[in-house]
Ligand binder design. Structure first.
Ligand code: MG
Length: 286
């Protein structure tokens, strides 16, 4: 199930993204009150709709989201970052080829760092290059885990219980500041440096899927999640041995080889097979 956060007019809410062609063919769409379906966009669009969820999709103890009956063609809403995490934990050097391309050793243990919640932006939003402070802002396409439950000390075998779903992320990095500072906080934390989206897929199996990043349509990163050095159960177990993860918190799993700089005017897209595509434009801070 694809869970999106969206704005329509002055309203912000969560919704289930459904394919108009399959409405009624699954449990979610079938739960829609009869007659609530609205005609789609007349055939010129994507054929996707957003069915509004009553309340919050992370609410515990439910059998799945309850729908309000309101449904919008996806072209008529603005998709937002699908979650507002209290924190983003990220993993460095978790693909061997990427560690090598930057001249680094492959870490024996996961290398973790934090990005602030204020770095999050949604699909279509601008990545703002802090040109006064950094001369090299890189994209890093990544698979992101979204937590569904408060959890701590999760053993690898129980990791599936705490994961709500997956989305695409761009771990935007001021590469020159990363090298200069030693600590990565400044390089990783500028506002807009954590695009997430386009939605959360709750039924995704991320063990071996394609991950591709394109800039202006040109493929820059093309790898598979099976090449992660530390896989998802180990990562979640490792991170939750350190800190409590809250519902909506996000874990970025690392970027494959092919990272490179962005300039103003670029359009950067992170595609994860089975999830969708997260696209953002790049501007310079004025
Ligand atoms: Mg990264």
């Amino acid at each position: 199930m694809r869970i999106a956060r969206f704005a329509v007019g002055d309203e912000v809410g969560y919704g289930v993204v459904v394919d108009d062609a399959t409405v009624g063919a699954n449990g979610t769409a079938a739960a829609q009150p009869a007659g609530a379906a609205q005609p789609s966009d007349g055939g010129g669009g994507t054929g996707l709709s957003v069915s509004e969820i009553a309340g919050h999709p992370f609410a515990p103890g439910t059998d799945g989201p309850k729908l309000t009956g309101a449904r919008y063609p996806i072209e008529d809403v603005r998709l937002l970052a699908p979650v507002l995490p209290s924190k983003i934990v990220a993993i460095g050097r978790n693909y061997a080829e990427h560690a090598r391309e930057l001249g680094n050793e492959i870490p024996a243990e996961p290398l973790i760092f934090l990005k602030p919640s204020t770095a999050v932006v949604g699909p279509g939003d601008a990545i703002v290059r802090p040109v006064e402070l950094s001369k090299k802002v890189d994209f890093e396409g990544e698979l992101a885990i979204v937590f569904g439950r408060l959890c701590r000390d999760v053993p690898p075998a129980r990791v599936p219980e705490v994961i709500f779903g997956y989305t695409c992320a761009n771990d935007v990095t001021a590469r020159d500041l990363q090298a200069k500072d030693g600590q990565w906080t400044r390089a990783k934390s500028f506002d807009t440096f954590c695009p997430l989206g386009p939605w959360i897929e709750t039924g995704h199996d991320p063990a071996d899927v394609q991950l591709t990043t394109t800039v202006n349509g040109q493929v820059k990163q093309d790898s598979r999640t099976s090449l992660l050095i530390h896989h998802i159960p180990a990562l979640v177990s490792y991170v939750t041995a350190v800190m409590t993860m809250l519902p909506g918190d996000v874990l970025l799993t690392g970027t494959p080889a092919g990272v490179g700089p962005l300039v103003a005017g670029d359009s950067v897209s992170v595609y994860v097979e089975g999830l969708g595509t997260l696209t953002n434009r790049v501007v310079d801070a004025s």
